[in-house]
Design a protein around this ligand. Structure first.
Ligand SMILES: NC(=O)c1ccc[n+]([C@@H]2O[C@H](COP(=O)([O-])OP(=O)(O)OC[C@H]3O[C@@H](n4cnc5c(N)ncnc54)[C@H](OP(=O)(O)O)[C@@H]3O)[C@@H](O)[C@H]2O)c1
Length: 313
């Protein structure tokens, strides 16, 4: 099968298209094969490719196959899902540490990593959301704020942030979105009560206090701004980061934590159904062939992409 391998840690040029044997379900009883149609390119893929997690992933040496998100069709039946069902999900790549990611024609997955894709949702849209939308939902769960809380979401122009804005608004919170000023209109349509344009941290805090003079109950920091935003949080509030590498130092009884997205088939099904019903927007910035993975990484690295870049397989 066709895959894209990380041949050595480094820049996008280390990504190479090669052929590998198809995964054999006999090697992992209980797992099922998915024939991929699309794979999302996540920020984590870039960090792993660069070698940033090489020490943490010391058991794994290049060459290996990157990739969390997938959408495709079931080759083997899974509980409640017959062969041929359109499915999407994400491989918990770091926890798995097998280097058998989704930049590949076929992956072998646990049934609880995947959910059926509604007819209304195409494969590229389905591959754009699993890790990001599940992580955004799990971050909100981790915050455990009562309905009606005031919540700041940073990186609101990005993929995880956009989902967090929409899901928090659906949960009945008053959402302040910190994102690109140009996206203000769209972020309001997605449910933000107020939009603070990105800028210097003290301006951002002043902007948040302009909308929430008593400060916010919680922050979900998808832009990894961390400590400079703490003054915007109430005493005893909550601050959840999208990365354990960027968690602020706690002060004034603010609970600080980091979310780690974990596969959850039921939650993913709910999110895909919302997309199918037109109640949750997902955005695909570009669709490129699998073989153009290096170009996809360059585009993600350049930033300012309005949505997920997806590889067609
Ligand atoms: N914990 C988990 O399990 C998990 C799961 C998924 C993602 N993540 C992490 O979550 C983060 C967001 O992921 P994503 O997929 O949403 O990435 P993304 O689409 O690139 O979004 C990040 C957004 O933050 C913006 N940003 C960066 N620095 C900023 C700053 N100082 N102030 C304001 N905005 C800033 C970016 O703008 P520009 O593009 O213009 O720079 C972009 O709009 C990444 O660090 C990713 O690794 C964690």
């Amino acid at each position: 099968m066709r895959v894209v391998e990380v041949t050595a840690y480094g820049g996008p040029e280390v990504l190479r298209s090669v052929r590998r044997p198809e995964p054999d379900p006999a090697d992992a009883p209980g797992r099922v094969r998915v024939r991929l149609k699309a794979a999302g390119v996540n920020q984590a893929d870039l960090k792993i490719r660069s070698g940033r997690y090489a020490a943490a992933l010391s058991a794994l040496t290049p060459p290996f196959v990157l990739g969390y998100d997938f959408a495709g069709t079931l080759v083997d039946p899974a509980p409640g899902l017959p062969e041929g069902t359109r499915v999407a999900g994400f491989v918990p790549w770091v926890e798995e540490a097998t280097g058998a990611g989704t930049y590949a024609e076929t992956v072998l997955v646990e049934p609880e990593w995947l959910a059926p894709v509604p007819d209304e949702v195409d494969f590229t849209a389905a591959a754009s959301l699993p890790l990001s939308a599940v992580t955004a939902a799990q971050a909100l769960d981790l915050m455990a704020l009562p309905e009606g809380s005031t919540l700041l979401v940073t990186g609101a122009s990005g993929v995880v942030g956009r989902f967090a804005v929409q899901l928090a608004a659906r949960a009945g919170h008053r959402v302040i979105a910190l994102g690109d000023g140009d996206d203000a209109h769209e972020l309001r349509l997605l449910g933000a009560a107020a939009v603070v344009p990105r800028g210097a941290p003290d301006q951002e805090v002043a902007g948040v206090l302009g909308f929430a003079p008593d400060r916010v109950d919680g922050v979900f920091d998808a832009a990894l701004i961390a400590d400079p935003l703490l003054p915007a949080v109430k005493d005893g509030g909550v601050f959840v980061s999208a990365s354990g590498e960027r968690v602020p130092v706690a002060e004034r009884d603010v609970r600080v934590d980091a979310v780690v997205g974990r596969p959850d088939a039921a939650l993913l099904k709910e999110l895909l159904d919302l997309v199918g019903a037109g109640a949750l927007a997902t955005r695909v910035a570009d669709v490129l062939p699998l073989e153009a993975a290096a170009e996809a990484h360059r585009r993600v690295e350049a930033g300012h992409r309005p949505g997920r870049i997806v590889l067609m397989i």
